[in-house]
Design a protein around this ligand. Structure first.
Ligand SMILES: NC(=O)c1ccc[n+]([C@@H]2O[C@H](COP(=O)([O-])OP(=O)(O)OC[C@H]3O[C@@H](n4cnc5c(N)ncnc54)[C@H](OP(=O)(O)O)[C@@H]3O)[C@@H](O)[C@H]2O)c1
Length: 287
């Protein structure tokens, strides 16, 4: 059996098709959305990610002011930069690129971001909103995974979803998101991690298995339900080479699966832009 592929590109395209006229409307109304990016130090992949987001903002006709702080910056200097962006009315949302240099307390910097401008949906206030079911920016990769499943008409409601990994970027917020009472969620969610010795006992019965561990090749064909849905979110990098959690051989057993490259990644960026445009709409409406 060969599985049906679920690339993230078409999902991202659909999100941007929805966002483009909303941005145009904001600009017509005199409010050009502004997405600020903050890069601390000279980490090359981080600089690349920031560059990609600035380019996408420009393609949409938005402003993207960039703050590049030197690698030897202190936590307080980084917080000062964030606070200046909080106070800037032309900035609707900001992205502080992770990771930063070791002397910078990244949690303290993240905490300084105005939750209303938090494009990643990772500020504790927004994680709290997610847990309480209050609207707000949602963590981009989990939101992208929900959008991906919805785009490919994968039934989620009432299904057994097993997430491998309880990390704060994916596993934990995703477990909250997919257990919420919504037609595109409403699932029976199980989260496995290193504390679950026989995690495969859970993954083998999963209607939908989401790998978010960051352990290359961890998910093998014998770990998945034949004909089930497999979403590979966890990755590690070896230089520029991508090493996904889900082994290629799973494509012979799964019913639906994300490709090893171009799966969840494009949806993450698209959902970040949805958080951004929603922030701009809130600010334009409040003005
Ligand atoms: N595709 C994308 O767009 C995208 C975006 C963001 C992140 N990512 C990737 O997603 C992955 C997860 O990131 P994260 O920040 O959410 O999590 P994380 O902090 O990297 O934590 C990994 C999780 O996986 C679990 N785990 C690791 N090895 C395991 C094993 N052998 N058996 C069972 N569980 C295991 C860990 O369990 P314990 O809690 O017990 O240690 C932990 O809960 C990373 O690889 C990251 O690079 C991808």
């Amino acid at each position: 059996m060969s599985s049906v592929m679920m690339p993230g590109g078409p999902v991202a395209d659909a999100v941007f098709v929805d966002l483009a006229p909303r941005v145009a409307k904001l600009i017509e109304g005199g409010h050009t959305p502004g997405l600020a990016t903050v890069l601390i130090g000279d980490d090359e992949p981080s600089a690349r990610y920031v560059g990609m987001k600035m380019q996408k903002a420009a393609e949409l006709g938005c402003n993207s002011p960039h703050v590049h702080l030197p690698a030897d910056v202190s936590t307080q200097q980084a917080i000062n930069a964030v606070e200046a962006l909080n106070a800037d009315p032309t900035v609707d949302a900001m992205l502080v690129q992770y990771p930063g240099p070791p002397q910078v307390d990244f949690d303290a910097v993240l905490l300084a971001v105005d939750p209303d401008k938090d494009v990643d949906g990772m500020h504790p206030t927004n994680v709290g909103r997610l847990a309480l079911g209050i609207p707000g920016p949602v963590a981009c990769t989990p939101a992208g995974i929900e959008a991906l499943l919805a785009h490919y008409d994968v039934p989620v409601a009432g299904q057994d979803v097993v997430i491998v990994g309880r990390g704060v970027t994916i596993g934990r917020p995703l477990s909250i998101l997919l257990s919420q009472k919504r037609p595109t969620a409403n699932a029976a969610v199980t989260v496995v991690h290193t504390g679950v010795a026989d995690w495969a006992e859970h993954t083998r019965r999963a209607d939908i298995l989401i790998a978010a561990a960051g352990v290359p090749g961890m998910i093998q064909p014998e770990h998945i339900k034949p004909g089930g849905v497999v979403v590979g979110a966890g990755v590690q990098y070896e230089g520029r080479k991508l090493l996904p959690d889900v082994d290629e051989a799973c494509e012979e057993v799964a019913g639906w699966i994300t490709p090893r490259v171009g799966g969840v990644g494009p949806t993450t960026i698209a959902l970040l832009f949805r958080n951004f445009v929603e922030a701009a709409e809130r600010h334009a409406n409040a003005a």
